[in-house]
Design a protein around this ligand. Structure first.
Ligand code: FDA
Length: 319
């Protein structure tokens, strides 16, 4: 109930204005978001790399409403990639992109002359291609995040298109979706980089499992599919039970630590990032940065009721 309300609030313009303009929110936001500027993100990435961790940098922003914003996003990512190459961090740091930040949800019906593809999807594919072209010269890779269920078909189609030219592009699957086991079987091909997460959006029962147990069981089924395949599983969870199951499956399938990785969010269970890294695992921390932090931040609050109490107290307490 609370999760659902917070996810609904992540789309409220009024609440967004209130939270964004409340200086007391900044300290809580800073736990999850590296800062507003690329230099903030690179600073955090450098610190994490120094601790033996790898990183995925995400420029916050989603559901853009015009092509000017798409161009701005592409330029920002290209500049980030160039800066990564300059700092020498590219070996440890990749980038994550959201297709809705590249125009996926822009209006426009599918057109025959574009192979039946809607305008937004075509614009997002073109923009993602520009980013993917810049990544190898910076020495790194790209993963395409997954958003709400209405975008899954278009995102998987775009991933397929991108992989024709850039086979190293990573994709994301959300275990809470009823369709994901089937998608997972299709994506579990040799070398396919697949981030498996539980899913962070507000979804109807018709498409997503509502009970935590069902989501976890779906996660385990997908994990088994990935671990027993020749894909490269990117196990994105903070859930201790799922982490232990992933470790056991890696042993069962004789996977070396270089043949899969754990992924976690910046600010969530940092002691676990270090524990796994110290025990020889590859651990990638997802580090978001940018001014458009509100929806991302609200999804983080929704994941853990304790975060909400802490956040509300910080809004009303001046210390
Ligand atoms: P779960 O929510 O059950 O949490 C397990 C434990 O982790 C909790 O008991 C708590 O201790 C801790 N924890 C989890 N979230 C916390 C938080 N916000 N604050 C404090 N503690 C917390 N989703 C999506 O839909 N599309 C995507 O592309 C991605 N990408 C992505 C990348 C990476 C690297 C990660 C780690 C996650 C995502 N996600 C995502 C988010 C994902 O779907 C999911 O919402 C969160 O990871 C929380 O789920 P857990 O698997 O951690 O389990």
């Amino acid at each position: 109930m609370l999760r659902s309300s917070l996810l609904a609030a992540s789309r409220s313009a009024t609440l967004r204005r209130f939270v964004e303009h409340n200086p007391l929110a900044a300290a809580v936001v800073a736990r999850f978001v590296a800062g507003t500027e690329p230099t903030d993100a690179l600073g955090v990435a450098g610190e994490l790399a120094g601790q033996g961790l790898t990183v995925s940098l995400d420029r916050l922003g989603e559901s853009v409403t015009d092509t000017g914003e798409v161009r701005e996003t592409v330029t920002a990512y290209r500049e980030l990639l160039a800066a990564l190459a300059d700092t020498g961090l590219a070996g440890n740091v990749e980038i994550s992109v959201k297709l809705s930040a590249l125009g996926l949800c822009l209006p426009g019906r599918p057109r025959q002359e574009h192979g039946g593809i809607a305008d937004g999807e075509r614009i997002a594919l073109d923009a993602a291609r520009q980013i993917c072209r810049a990544a190898p010269s910076a020495g790194t890779t790209v993963t395409v995040d997954m958003e709400d269920h209405t975008t899954v078909d278009a995102t998987l189609r775009t991933l397929r298109e991108l992989r024709a030219d850039f086979p190293w592009v990573g994709g994301v699957l959300q275990a809470y979706l009823r369709r994901t086991e089937t998608d997972c079987a299709e994506l579990a091909t040799a070398g396919s980089r697949v981030r498996l997460c539980k899913g962070a959006y507000r979804e109807p029962d018709s498409v997503a499992f509502g009970r935590k147990t069902d989501v976890d069981l779906s996660y385990i089924r997908c994990l088994k599919t990935l671990m027993s395949s020749k894909a490269y599983p990117m196990i994105a969870t903070h859930d201790p039970r799922l982490i232990a199951i992933a470790e056991a499956l890696a042993v069962e399938h004789g996977r070396a630590p270089s043949e899969y990785e754990f992924q976690m969010l910046h600010g969530v269970r940092p002691e676990e990032h270090r524990r796994l890294a110290e025990s020889g695992h590859t651990v990638r921390v997802y580090v978001p940065y940018g001014r458009d932090w509100y929806p991302y931040f609200m999804r983080r609050l929704a994941e853990r009721p304790a975060n909400v109490g802490f956040f509300l107290r910080s809004l009303v307490t001046r210390s």
